[in-house]
Write a protein that binds this ligand. Structure first.
Ligand code: SAH
Length: 388
């Protein structure tokens, strides 16, 4: 299974020693490797530092799989999948609705596996994951005996790897929508056309956390299929779920109806405009949830992204009654928790309120974070009490 060798310079070896998994093209001295192969990574003295997935196209040339000189064979991958399952079992994660493999966080770089009942959705995000697809299929079949595996290899990031964008189904055709059970609620999602692999599993624990604060008048902005709204509506007077996408609004409507929730109003609108309009109208809320898409797609867009985050947070703070709760998220990789907190403090200053931190949260535990690899932590979520 191993086919090549790559020699890296000191900057790269230091990165590996500090616990990062990525080596950039600029830190490669010499390479003899095929695209998407498993290679031995050596320092300039020839010592093997570890084994890695090699990519011939991406700026991230190597993604470490293991430390030291251990052989990588099929059994190695079987064991990684088993370890990921053991971790989730220990954490008491719903076996039927969860992320089973979170790429680097599970030490299987560039591979995502989500389980929606008896259907699995896989994303191969690097060349090596594509090459390993037959093995992945056989491991997943053995572990979960799914009725279908959907390879949603249509994520844009594959272009950086020079990989084709496509979808492929193994097993039964995938119905649309697929209905899953999230904490006692039925949620209809589209595995083939929906965002990510169909839903936001990373927000599941935050959907639960929101229940603690749910009461009165609620605004769920950037609601997608109603992930938050559906989980909290029975504790609220009314919930407005807002999304800019007509398709998302349809999903949210059907999910509210499916669960008999008559107090959820699904609105197709730009949340920026709606927040402004509601303030002018004099409407006030007890809980506002902000879960926008990643505004900062890269380092260059950090400044405008922060202006966007500040605008919606400032507007949301002003819309809350004193003692109201703001649950605010950012899934931009390039916005650290520290930067996010500073932006929130700035927004509070402009809104003229105090913001008391009730909880600092992150992505659900089935998206495990490597302490030494900040890129594995992307979701920040603050629950703030807004006090005037
Ligand atoms: N809260 C959801 C996930 C939200 S994903 C959950 O927990 O499941 C982000 C959503 O923001 C997407 O559905 C996208 O359509 C929507 N969106 C993007 N820009 C928007 C805008 N300007 N106004 C309102 N919604 C927007």
């Amino acid at each position: 299974m191993e086919t090549g060798q790559v020699v890296i310079r000191k900057r790269g070896t230091d990165r590996i020693r500090r616990g990062h998994l990525w080596i950039y093209r600029s830190d490669i001295v010499k390479q003899d490797a095929e695209p998407g192969s498993v290679v031995a990574v050596r320092d300039e003295r020839g010592t093997v530092l570890g084994k890695a997935f090699y990519s011939s196209k991406s700026q991230i040339s190597l993604r470490l799989l293991s430390r030291g000189d251990i052989p990588i064979h099929e059994q190695f991958f079987h064991e990684r999948f088993a370890a990921a399952d053991r971790l989730r079992e220990r954490l008491n994660i719903d076996p039927l609705l969860s992320r089973r493999i979170y790429a680097e966080g599970d030490l299987l770089p560039g591979l995502i596996v989500d389980r929606y009942g008896d259907r699995l959705v896989v994303q191969n995000l690097v060349q090596a994951a594509d090459r390993l697809q037959p093995l992945t299929t056989s491991i997943l079949t053995k572990r979960y005996d799914p009725c279908s595996i959907l390879f949603r290899n249509d994520s844009k990031v594959r272009e950086l790897e020079g990989l084709e964008l496509k979808q492929e189904v193994i097993g039964d055709a995938i119905p649309d929508p697929v209905v899953v059970q999230e904490d006692g609620r039925e949620i209809a999602i589209s595995l083939t056309a929906g965002q990510k692999t169909g839903s936001y599993l990373d927000q599941r624990e935050n959907h639960r956390a929101a229940q603690r604060y749910a009461h009165g008048d609620v605004l769920d902005a950037f609601s997608y299929a109603g992930g938050f709204a559906v989980q909290i509506a029975d504790k609220c007077e009314r919930v407005e779920a807002v999304d800019i996408s007509a398709y998302a609004v349809e999903l949210a409507k059907s999910n509210a109806a499916r669960n008999g929730l008559r107090n959820v109003q699904c609105i197709e609108a730009n949340a920026f405009d709606l927040l402004r309009e509601r303030y002018t109208e004099g409407r006030r809320y007890d809980l506002i949830i902000l879960d926008p898409p990643a505004f900062a797609k890269n380092k260059e867009s950090l400044e405008p992204a922060l202006r966007g985050y500040k605008e919606i947070n400032h507007r949301a703070m002003r819309l809350l009654r004193s003692g109201g709760i703001l649950m605010t998220c950012s899934c931009s990789h390039h916005v650290s928790e520290g930067i996010f907190a500073e932006m929130l403090a700035d927004a509070a200053k402009d809104a003229g309120c105090w913001a008391r931190v009730l909880e600092r949260r992150t992505q659900a535990a089935d998206h495990p974070i490597l302490l030494t690899m900040p890129e594995t932590l992307y979701l920040k979520c603050f629950i703030l009490e807004i006090i005037y």
